[in-house]
Ligand binder design. Sequence first.
Ligand code: WTA
Length: 635
Amino acid sequence: MSNYHIKNLEEYFKIHRKSVREPELFWEEIAEEHFVWRKRWDNVLSWDFNTPEVKWFEGAKLNITENCIDRHIRTKGDKTAILFEPNDPNSPAEHITYNRLYERVNQFANVLKSKGIKKGDRVCVYLPMIPELAIAVLACARIGAIHSVVFAGFSSSALATRIKDSDCKMVITSDGSYRGAKTIDLKSIVDDALNDCPGVESVLIVKRINSSIDLKEGRDEWIEPLLEAASKECEPEIMDAEDPLFILYTSGSTGTPKGMVHTTAGYMIYSAFTFKNVFQYRENDVYWCTADIGWITGHSYIVYGPLANGATTVMFEGVPSYPDCGRFWEIVEKHKVNQFYTAPTAIRALAKEKLSFIENHDLSSLKVLGSVGEPINEEAWHWYNDNVGKRKSPIVDTWWQTETGGIMISPIPYVTPTIPTYASLPLPGIQPTLMDENGDEISGNQVDGRLCIKFPWPGMARTIWGNHQRYKETYFSAFPGKYFSGDGALRDAVGYYRITGRVDDVVIVSGHNLGTAPIEDAINEHPAVAESAIVGFPHDIKGNALYGFVTLKETGEGRKHENLRQEINQIITEHIGPIAKLDKIQFTSGLPKTRSGKIMRRILRKIAGNDMGNLGDTSTLLNPEVVQDIIDNRI
Ligand code: WTA
């Protein structure tokens, strides 16, 4: 019997039990029945969470694009694979069929080869949400190159850090991008980044905004003429199951971003299996995830998961507020979208707008609504349920991470009863647990603790590029023998999980993970800044926003703090990107510190969140007097 598509609750429990009892058999049956392999595996799983080392389907050979494209063209070549909706609502949508996708990916792959890209080379993709982004990713996978997509909102220095970390040989970009009424000059951002990246041999440029750009002789080339001249056939590179498929960077609480490495077979199976179940995708459905492919949600649930299931996946170039706040609903109506997957921050922003933006559109095609990226608060959940889903479409609150490769805890729509703010039950194959601060597993229900996973799953990242030790320390050291997510959660009496948020120094702002330490490092470079501490505080649209406590080298009367605030945010924009700007900046006479000199962020978090009632014991601080001073001058 296939476990691939779960249809009712009883079956869910049965399948979950089987996946815990016989995990290898469980995943092996799925691998066997739902994918094409060039060679079968010798061993389903070998693992050790101490080393840590995890291998799924060792010995198997495959190419993920054969699974995502080639096999579908035999049965549904004329079906739309990617449905591209451009930024401008008056430009026509583009329906790219599986046949066309096959040709375009192969042409792109042949161009990469002609530029000397080979299996194992790293290729940085810095593109807006246009079809070429998905095609570039698939073209890399076709020839076994490792793609590293960098979200096109990151600054040149953030881009350079990522290019250098994984030693990319090539960058694929565009002349620019459209975002609502704005155009962004991506090519000059790439040029700035590349001043610092001597390893990049070539830059391929997609024409999007028709701007005039500088082409650096011997390095830069427009891609269109090369694509036109390229063959539409490209033999797929045959990959080992555990060969890296891609690197995707995620912020850590300290240090440089972590290049999470995902490998071929396990990631394919996991993204495909979770897509099928969490969205209950049926043939002929139109599925839309509003994320950007620059994040893991776009990798797994715009590109790989949907295409591995032969689905129609919508790719939207624009923003929810352009030309007005009805854009999402206009697109749902226009393409008769059946499954809609977005982030709580978008829901909260749209919930502030007039209901007529929704009421003017026919949303009756919707069957499933998804949420991802941060906890969805109850109010936003109800607004989504009442107004978008009309209380007919279940909401799947999906908890997962860049590191997990795919959804881990989520309702299965029409199967799992939903409760607002609860991500609910683990998907088959997933064994979550809660740990207390002493490192003991917490049994029973109605408890909260740190969310860990006890057993490997196929989609998990295998390492951090170039730094396996950091992988071990970050995820497998806090609770030896278990994967630690960095999130807190509670488990209720029926075993449902509710994610309560990060327990480390990562703050999720509008669904983007931001490590506070790298932002502090950036602003400490300002010549007037002595020291800084950044914490998150609740914000009605963004979920969290950033509050910076900054001490200056000189607090001279004449210092114009307004300019300084702008300068600090400018430095952050340059080092990381505008998403990391601080909403509030308070200049302080000092920062509360422990006797060993560590900044007590716990106290600052409470002050920033206006929760001063219970600051805990401050008497052990080195400088307790600054606490009152900070409270008195709170913004
Ligand atoms: C948070 C995004 C609550 C969580 C796929 C996690 C969530 C981090 C949810 C990963 C959810 C994601 N409920 N919190 N449904 N989904 N998170 O790597 O803190 O960008 O650790 O992956 O987002 O963010 P990342």
